[in-house]
Structures are given as structure tokens and as C-alpha cells.
Design a protein around this ligand. Structure first.
Ligand SMILES: NC(=O)c1ccc[n+]([C@@H]2O[C@H](COP(=O)([O-])OP(=O)(O)OC[C@H]3O[C@@H](n4cnc5c(N)ncnc54)[C@H](O)[C@@H]3O)[C@@H](O)[C@H]2O)c1
Length: 309
């Protein structure tokens, strides 16, 4: 693989996790561009993630030292870009910021440096639009926590070259991620379209009084949620038969939520300041202990599934 040097812009929640992923490869070097003093906090974030993996017996202290030996932090744009083979931006979800960063990077990076964006939903084509070499811009959508969730959606913008797609996929496989190829630059790519189709229906069921929020989650956790990692929708449709799937869809689709606007109930929650974990109340009420438990148990569960620890 000819990619050796990765540079991260925006070392926040996602940027620090992604830096950690690449620094986990012995033959890669990671440079993190630091803009403001507080951004050095990314080191603490990475340390805390790695310590959790150490406590669970996934890695040892020597591995943590090795990972940090492959990470360099710099406040110099020249230093951050001069050897970069693959840049990934994890700066805030703002089109102009992302466009301007890539446009500016063309003045610093080699002409063949790949520019990857970790945008959650925005168009790769539009993010690339101020670049001269638009073919080098690709979407690499990691999921939080980036160091645990295997999936990365590799998204082709209208101008992204096949070679850049292939190189991004090769790099991510090398970093022990599970990249998938997204052939069209559409909002939500693949996984968020699926996820939010489910959330729209879930919220609608609560809004219509069919079941309360906790019950909706129970329905998922104790039924198809259990088998999803082994049996996802397309295989499931073949398993039960496309004929049965057609019969079910002919009957049910007209009854499902199809609003193209966010739910009024969701809007009302936000207006009332019922923001979920952030305020202790959303669709359900949450004590600080329950919030801590939910966050901790999710990571423990993911470590168990991924590392069997
Ligand atoms: N949080 C998630 O679950 C998640 C998941 C997938 C993708 N994403 C996407 O990843 C990107 C980063 O999200 P995050 O949650 O890590 O955000 P974050 O706020 O944790 O991190 C953003 C980083 O960008 C830096 N930054 C702020 N303004 C900047 C500027 N003008 N120029 C350069 N850097 C700047 C911040 O200091 C910080 O280090 C966004 O595009 C987001 O949509 C987020």
C-alpha cells in the first residue's frame, strides 16, 4: 500500500477516534493538525479510549506506547501537509468550512494527496466544488465511536476517481475497518438513510400513541434487533421470499409514516428543551446514573462483540 502518512484536521470526538484507528497500524504515521490550544485535549481522549481497551484486556501498555509513537501533533500547516498521502477532515458540519479547508489544502499538499471528508450527511460533490482537483475528494464516513464501530462508508462524489475510491477502501481495510462502497453521492449515504427510516417510524408510533418510547425500544431489542448483525434486510427479504415481502409491502406500506418533515412531537420536545441525555429528559427521563450506565454499557457491549473481551 502506498499510503503511509495520514493527516487529521479537526481533532474533536471523531478526529481523535480516527487518528487512533490509523495509529493502530504499525506502518502508518498520523499527524494531527492543532489550531487552538484546547485541541491538544485530543491526546486525553485517545488515552482514555486506549485505557478502556487495556482494562478489558484488548491491548497492553506497550501497544499504547507504540500507538502514541506513531502520532505527531503540529500547529504548522506546512508540517501537517508536506508528507501527507491521505488527509481526513473532521471539522464541524459546515459546508463553507469544509470547502475552504480543502481549497486551501491544495496550496500545501502534493497534487496526488487524497482529501477525505468525514461529513455525516453533506454532499461530497459540493464539498469538493472549490477544489481544482475534484477527483481527489472522497467521503469516508466513520461512525461514533470511530475506534470501535467497524463500518466506514466510502462515498463517491460526482468527480471522485475510481482510483481514489479504491485507495481509500484499501487503506481502511488495512486499518481493520469495514469499508463499503457508496456509488452515489446522496444525503445520508446508505446507513443513515436506513437508520433514519427506522427512527421516523419509531417516533411516529410514539406520537400516534401506539406504544410509548421505552416499549418501541423493547420491540426492537427483543426481536429483529437481536438478529440484525446476522440477518440484515436484504438477506432477510430473500430468506422469507420476495413474494412474501411483496405481499407484506402491498398491505403495509400505505400505513407507514411517510412525512418529509421532522415529526411535530420531535419539534415540540426541542422547543421545550427536552433534549434527551443533555437535559435529563427527551422521549424518556434520564438520571445522571442512567446516562452514565447507558454510555458505559454501549462501549462494553461493542468491545465484547468486536474483541470478544
Ligand atoms: N459526532 C458523531 O457522531 C459523528 C459521526 C460521524 C460523522 N461526524 C462528522 O464528523 C465531523 C466532526 O464531528 P465531531 O462530532 O467530531 O465534532 P467535534 O466538535 O467534536 O470536533 C470538531 C473539531 O473541529 C475543530 N474545529 C472547529 N472549528 C474549526 C474550524 N473553523 N477549522 C478547523 N477546525 C475546526 C474543533 O476544535 C474540533 O477539534 C462533522 O462533519 C460531523 O458531522 C460526526
Amino acid at each position: 500500500m502506498d499510503i503511509k502518512n495520514i493527516t487529521i484536521f479537526g481533532p474533536g470526538l471523531m478526529g481523535s477516534g480516527i487518528a487512533q484507528v490509523f495509529a493502530g497500524c504499525e506502518d502508518l504515521k498520523v499527524t494531527i493538525f492543532i489550531r487552538e490550544n484546547f485541541e491538544y485535549e485530543c491526546v486525553e481522549k485517545i488515552k482514555s479510549n486506549l485505557n478502556q481497551l487495556k482494562e478489558k484486556g484488548v491491548i497492553d501498555e506497550d501497544t499504547i506506547k507504540d500507538i502514541f509513537s506513531r502520532i505527531k501533533l503540529t500547529e504548522s500547516m506546512e508540517e501537517a501537509t508536506k508528507d501527507a498521502d491521505f488527509v481526513i477532515e473532521c471539522i464541524p458540519e459546515n459546508m463553507e468550512l469544509k470547502q475552504n479547508l480543502f481549497m486551501n489544502l491544495e496550496n500545501y499538499c502534493r497534487p496526488d494527496t487524497i482529501f477525505a471528508t468525514n461529513t455525516s450527511v453533506m454532499s461530497i460533490t459540493e464539498i469538493a466544488s472549490k477544489c481544482k482537483n475534484k477527483w481527489r475528494v472522497v467521503g469516508t464516513h466513520f461512525w461514533n465511536p470511530a475506534y470501535l464501530i467497524p463500518l466506514v462508508e466510502v462515498v463517491k462524489g460526482n468527480d471522485t476517481s475510481e482510483e481514489v475510491m479504491d485507495k481509500a477502501i484499501e487503506l481502511l481495510k488495512h486499518a481493520r475497518k469495514h469499508p463499503i462502497r457508496v456509488n452515489k453521492d446522496v444525503p445520508g449515504f446508505v446507513a443513515n438513510r436506513l437508520q433514519h427510516a427506522l427512527w421516523r417510524e419509531a417516533i411516529s408510533i410514539v406520537e400516534k400513541g401506539i406504544a410509548d418510547a421505552a416499549t418501541v425500544d423493547e420491540a426492537v431489542k427483543y426481536s429483529f434487533g437481536l438478529r440484525l448483525p446476522k440477518l440484515a434486510p436484504m438477506e432477510n427479504a430473500d430468506m422469507v421470499g420476495t413474494d412474501l415481502t411483496l405481499s407484506i409491502h402491498s398491505y403495509i406500506l400505505k400505513h407507514l409514516e411517510n412525512s418529509t418533515e421532522p415529526s411535530p412531537l420531535l419539534k415540540e420536545k426541542v422547543e421545550k428543551g427536552e433534549l434527551g441525555f443533555k437535559t435529563g429528559k427527551g422521549f424518556q427521563e434520564w438520571t445522571p446514573e442512567q446516562i452514565e450506565k447507558s454510555n458505559r454499557e454501549l462501549r462494553e457491549y461493542l468491545i465484547k462483540v468486536i474483541y470478544n473481551k
